[in-house]
Ligand binder design. Structure first.
Ligand SMILES: Nc1ncnc2c1ncn2[C@@H]1O[C@H](COP(=O)(O)OP(=O)(O)OP(=O)(O)O)[C@@H](O)[C@H]1O
Length: 258
């Protein structure tokens, strides 16, 4: 059973069909790319998969404990709790909080004490807080941000803000991670490092990743399978070599063989 199964998914906005009849599968441990020209409907698809938009038609099923769960109409926070996390095209960090606080806040579903324990500052409260801080620092170390843990998120350079957003998404312990243009605004050196980092977190945490990206060096180096959207429809899917030489994809998006 695939981890995520999307069937005939459609989203209409007042006469505009942003996604039409999308069929997509993501298997456990897979690294999948979603590419296509500006306005093709990539973010709209992400927004349906993460509960931001309710689909007009079609179904989204996520497999948890070997059972399919229908995600249509489920609120974003519940979808996150089921094991799907995301980052955004426009970085959405808590900019006036520290780097560490940004990660800790995403861990609040792991809090294992009640209100009384917190108010009275009972020993369990301190034990739990110390354990969460340790886990948050471990994550920050993976993302090479441990030395910046006390800095305000807004003071980080752009590339580090993008890494922090992924670290925060990982704090929710997802099984499936959606990355919306993770390399946007990065220079080639940062993009190459990010490519390795994404591969590492997939391997280390045994998760699946679906990413939207316009940087073809990252997509072709990293993704095992790619879906191509154009005018709201999937026009091709396959391994990078197939996509690179697909005539329709070259015409609609790549321009020439990459
Ligand atoms: N909330 C909305 N209301 C109306 N139209 C929308 C809405 N969200 C997206 N659209 C439209 O749907 C189409 C697809 O947009 P979408 O942002 O999904 O494309 P995209 O492939 O992510 O583009 P880009 O690569 O530029 O981010 C566009 O024509 C856009 O204007």
């Amino acid at each position: 059973m695939p981890l995520l199964s999307v069937k005939k998914l459609t989203k209409n906005f007042d006469g505009l069909c942003a996604n039409s009849n999308i069929n997509m599968e993501i298997n456990e441990g897979e690294l999948v790319g979603l590419i296509g020209p500006n306005g093709a409907g990539k973010t709209t698809l992400f927004n349906m998969l993460t509960g931001v938009y309710v689909p007009s038609e079609g179904s989204i099923e996520f497999t948890k404990d070997d059972k399919p769960i229908k995600l249509n109409g489920i609120k974003p926070y519940k979808i996150t709790a089921l094991g799907l996390a995301r980052t955004f095209q426009n970085i959405r960090l808590f900019k006036d909080m520290t780097v560490l606080e940004n990660v800790l806040i995403a861990m609040n579903k792991d809090v294992d004490y009640g209100v009384i324990t917190a108010l009275l500052r009972l020993p369990k409260y301190y034990k739990s807080e110390i354990a969460m801080k340790k886990k948050a620092m471990e994550l920050l170390t993976i993302f090479h941000l441990e030395d910046k843990c006390e800095e305000l998120a807004c003071n980080l350079p752009y590339g580090e803000q993008r890494r922090l957003e992924i670290a925060r998404a990982m704090a929710a312990k997802p099984k499936l991670l959606f990355l919306d243009e993770p390399a946007a605004g990065m220079n080639p050196q940062e993009t190459a490092e990010l490519t390795e980092l994404i591969r590492f977190i997939r391997d280390e945490f045994h998760i699946s990743i679906l990413l939207i990206e316009h940087d073809m060096s990252l997509v072709m180096n990293l993704c095992e399978r790619i879906y191509v959207l154009d005018y709201g429809k999937i026009i091709a899917s396959g391994v990078p070599e197939e996509i690179k030489s697909n005539k329709r994809v070259i015409e609609a998006y790549l321009g020439e063989e990459v």
